[in-house]
Ligand binder design. Structure first.
Ligand SMILES: NC(=O)c1ccc[n+]([C@@H]2O[C@H](COP(=O)([O-])OP(=O)(O)OC[C@H]3O[C@@H](n4cnc5c(N)ncnc54)[C@H](OP(=O)(O)O)[C@@H]3O)[C@@H](O)[C@H]2O)c1
Length: 327
C-alpha cells in the first residue's frame, strides 16, 4: 500500500481537549462492517480510503465483530498488509467494558478484566501499544478507583499512550476524572453517543469536559444510519436494520422517526447537503466536539460523510428549523 501523498490536504484536525493530540474531525469506527461476517477485500478499501482522506483515527473495541474479537483481528491484517507502515501517523483505540468472554472476569470494570482484555487486543492487532484505551462503560459494582487505577497502570506499562472513558454519565465522569487526576494521568477523551436524535450530553457533560480539558468523540453520529437518506422509503436489504447481526432493530425504524427524518432531509437538501452530511456538520459546528466517529459499509458512504466538512456553518434559521423538527 502506498498512501495518497495529499492525504493531509483536506481534513480538518481538532485539538483533543488539553492535550498534544489532534484528531481528524471525522474518525472511523469498526464496530460493524469489519467483522468475520464481512468481506475483507471490501472493508480494506474502506480503511485505505479513510487514511488516504486524512482519517488518522480508527476506533475499535475487544468485542467488535461479530464474532467478538474479529474486527481487531481484521484490523491487524489490514495493518500487516500495508497500513501498519504508517503506524506513527495513526491513532488506534480499543476498549473493554462489555461482555467479552465467559465467567466473572470477562466483563465490566475490574482490573483483572481490563488488563487481560488489552493484552488480548494487542495480540489480535499485532501491536505493542494502543494510542487510547477506554473503559467502555462504568461498572456500578466495581470501585471507580479500581477501574481507573487499572487504566493508570496500563499507561505506566506503556500498553496505552492515553486513556478515555465511554458511556459515563455526568456524575460518573466527575468521579473518574477525580481518580485519574490523583494519579496525574489526564483523561484524553470521552466517547458518548451523540447525534441529532440523542442529546443527553448537551446540558452538563459538554461544559464539564470543556472545563476539564477532555475531548469528546461522538459515537453513532448518524444514529446507526437513521440520520441518512437510507430509510426514507422502507428498510433496504443489506442495511444494518435488515441484517441479523446489526444493532439497529427493524422496530426502531418507526413511521414517527421517519417522518422526522424526511423533514430533516428537506432541510439538508435546502443547504445543498445530504442528510448524512448535515447530521455530521450539525455536531461539528460545536468546537467542543473534537471528532465524530462514523461507521461506513461502503467507500461511497465514507466519501459522502467526508463531504460534511465542506459546509459546517449553519444559519440561525436553519438551526431553528432543525429544532422545530426535533421538538
Ligand atoms: N463506545 C460505545 O459504546 C460505542 C457504541 C457504538 C458505536 N461506537 C463507535 O462508534 C462507531 C460508529 O458507530 P455507528 O456505526 O453506529 O455510526 P453511525 O455513523 O451512526 O452509523 C453507521 C451506519 O450508518 C450507515 N451510513 C453511514 N454513512 C452513510 C451514508 N452516507 N449514507 C447512508 N447510510 C450511511 C451505514 O449503515 P448500513 O450498514 O446500513 O449501510 C453505517 O454502517 C463504531 O464503529 C464504534 O467505533 C462506540
Amino acid at each position: 500500500m502506498e498512501a495518497n501523498e495529499k492525504r493531509y490536504d483536506d481534513m480538518i484536525y481538532r485539538r483533543c481537549g488539553r492535550s498534544g493530540i489532534l484528531l481528524p474531525a471525522i474518525s472511523l469506527g469498526l464496530w460493524h462492517n469489519f467483522g468475520s461476517v464481512d468481506v475483507f477485500n471490501h472493508f480494506i478499501k474502506i480503511a485505505h480510503t479513510a487514511f488516504d482522506k486524512g482519517i488518522t483515527h480508527f476506533d475499535l473495541a475487544n468485542n467488535y465483530g461479530p464474532v467478538y474479537g474479529s474486527a481487531e483481528e481484521n484490523f491487524g491484517h489490514i495493518l500487516k498488509k500495508g497500513l501498519g507502515k504508517y503506524r506513527d501517523e495513526l491513532i488506534i483505540s480499543s476498549k473493554a467494558g462489555y461482555d467479552m468472554w465467559p465467567g466473572p472476569y470477562g466483563n465490566w470494570g475490574s482490573r483483572k478484566y481490563l488488563t487481560a482484555s488489552l493484552d488480548q487486543s494487542l495480540k489480535r492487532m499485532g501491536l505493542d501499544y494502543v494510542d487510547i484505551f477506554y473503559s467502555h462503560r462504568p461498572d456500578p459494582h466495581t470501585p471507580v478507583e479500581e477501574t481507573m487505577g487499572a487504566l493508570v497502570d496500563i499507561v505506566r506499562q506503556g500498553k496505552a499512550l492515553y486513556v478515555g472513558i465511554s458511556n459515563y454519565n455526568d456524575e460518573e465522569t466527575k468521579a473518574a476524572l477525580a481518580v485519574l487526576k490523583e494519579h496525574k494521568v489526564h483523561c484524553l477523551i470521552h466517547q458518548p453517543k451523540y447525534s441529532l436524535f440523542e442529546r443527553w450530553v448537551e446540558p452538563k457533560l459538554l461544559p464539564l469536559l470543556k472545563d476539564e480539558g477532555v475531548g469528546l468523540i461522538a459515537f453513532s453520529p448518524l444514529a446507526q444510519g437513521l440520520l441518512t437518506n437510507k430509510y426514507l422509503n422502507g428498510i433496504p436489504e443489506n442495511s444494518r436494520a435488515a441484517k441479523p447481526t446489526g444493532f439497529l432493530q427493524r422496530s426502531q425504524v418507526t413511521e414517527e422517526v421517519i417522518t422526522k427524518v424526511r423533514k430533516l432531509n428537506d432541510i439538508a437538501i435546502s443547504r445543498g447537503q445530504t442528510l448524512a452530511e448535515m447530521a455530521l456538520a450539525w455536531l461539528l459546528k460545536d468546537d467542543r466536539v473534537t471528532s465524530v466517529l462514523i461507521g461506513a459499509s461502503s467507500v461511497e458512504q465514507l466519501l459522502d460523510n467526508l463531504n460534511a466538512l465542506q459546509h459546517l456553518r449553519f444559519e440561525a434559521s436553519e438551526l431553528s428549523a432543525i429544532e422545530a423538527v426535533l421538538a
